[in-house]
Design a protein around this ligand. Structure first.
Ligand SMILES: [Zn+2]
Length: 416
């Protein structure tokens, strides 16, 4: 077959496999396994850098050698059908104590017409709605009440003032209110609040009577401190099995052995090393006195090694192209997604390429690749098509390189 004919045949193959991948991903995203996985994942927070360090220090101190993978409180583990093993000590992390303040944008927050009527000790009944939460604790909250109706009585109960009046008063209430709650309150003027010098009402009684639409609510979050939280790593728990995606592809095959050999010895111009690690592999760009390299997880099956080496080779090729400005992943993500968005797109691309290239050389990785691509596609089955052009280009390029190398051509000088 002429070179051009085989190129044409190859791109048809790539096209067909891209379609198969898209369908596989879309099917997986509709599966029970994916839903189960998502609801499981949703129970876990991502922890701050400081908390990760804090956990690692405690882990090390206890002489634990396995890596911490999934961490949650005992209650969360129980909800997932797992229980902390006897004798396991919790890891202590610090959770931020954040107060949320909400505020309705009001032009007219004037209490002046009321202030003169509000001498200390006077009894007040008011109706209105909550326009702002100044603070909210577990026992009581301090709120701004936007009044619509007020009655002010003297100490002996004589009505001194009664009318529909728009003003604001500060209330202390044991009832938890939200912004927009319509309320009725009754109480005694206690003191002038520090808060914008508003009069403050000490309530005997407050109740919610409805809810009104409040247009513009401003929310601010203020870090007021930290409190300790006890968590456990999954290895400290036992019980119901954990839904896992992307299980290792098992087995050995001639094709996989050939691919590994050709990639290592004829295509890659950087070392491939084996290391014990949590991930299946990584590509590391040269920095400091470390050179470019690819690492594979120690102990993986031959079939999985081959797939992973194609995946990491593709990261390497993409990195070379990015540095030369030949690939711009930014066009496939929204700016606000930042680095995470770019990372996710690259994972979709390289695993798609690994799937297609493996298929071309009769190594089926669909069982792993569909789940992997799905998990980086953010639930969007069309993600692989959005980056299809890049997947096609890289797949064709890598297939051609591998074919040439398998046909005995000399090691190429440059990878990309
Ligand atoms: Zn990767």
């Amino acid at each position: 077959m002429s070179k051009q004919m085989s190129k044409l045949k190859n791109s048809e193959f790539v096209e067909q496999k891209l379609e198969q991948l898209k369908n596989g991903v879309s099917e997986f995203l509709n599966s029970e396994k994916w839903k189960e996985y998502l609801s499981f994942q949703a129970k876990f927070h991502s922890y701050s850098f400081n908390n990760v360090i804090l956990m690692l220090l405690q882990w090390e101190e206890r002489g634990k050698t396995n890596s911490i993978t999934k961490v949650a409180g005992a209650k969360t583990w129980e909800k997932l059908g797992r229980f902390v093993k006897d004798g396991e000590k919790p890891l202590i992390i610090l959770a931020p104590n954040i107060k949320v303040y909400t505020k309705v944008q009001e032009d007219n927050m004037c209490t002046k017409p009321l202030i003169s009527k509000f001498q200390e000790g006077k009894q007040v009944e008011a109706k209105g709605y909550i326009s702002q939460i100044i603070s909210q604790g577990s026992k009581y909250g301090i709120y701004v009440l936007q009044t619509t109706y007020m009655v002010v009585k003297s100490r002996n109960g004589k009505v001194q003032f009664e009318e529909e009046v728009e003003g604001t008063i500060i209330i202390n209430s044991r009832v938890k209110f939200e912004v927009g709650d319509e309320v009725e309150v009754e109480g005694r003027v206690s003191r002038v609040s520090n808060y914008k010098k508003y009069k403050q009402l000490k309530l005997f009684n407050s109740k919610k009577i409805g809810k009104r639409e409040v247009s513009e609510v401003i929310e601010s979050r203020v870090l007021v401190g930290f409190f300790p939280v006890e968590v456990y790593d999954v290895s400290q728990t036992e019980g119901k099995e954990i839904p896992e995606l992307c299980n290792e592809i098992q087995g050995t095959s001639e094709q996989a052995e050939k691919l590994l050999d050709v990639l290592r010895n004829k295509i890659l111009d950087i070392p491939v090393v084996y290391e014990p690690m949590q991930y299946n592999g990584y590509y590391q760009r040269a920095h400091g006195n470390l050179e470019n390299r690819i690492a594979l997880k120690e102990g993986l099956s031959i079939n999985h090694q081959a797939k992973t080496l194609i995946h990491e080779t593709c990261h390497y090729i993409m990195d070379q192209k990015k540095q030369k400005g030949k690939i711009n992943l930014g066009q496939y993500t929204e700016p606000e997604e930042g680095f995470d968005g770019l990372y996710a797109v690259e994972e979709v691309v390289v695993e798609s390429v690994a799937f297609i290239v493996s298929q071309y050389f009769n190594l089926d990785t669909s069982e792993y690749s569909f789940e992997y691509v799905s998990s980086w596609s953010k639930g969007n089955p069309n993600k692989v098509l959005e980056v299809g052009k890049l997947i096609r280009q890289l797949s064709n390029e890598l297939i051609e390189k591998l074919e040439n190398a398998l046909n005995g051509e000399e090691k190429e000088q440059k990878i990309a």
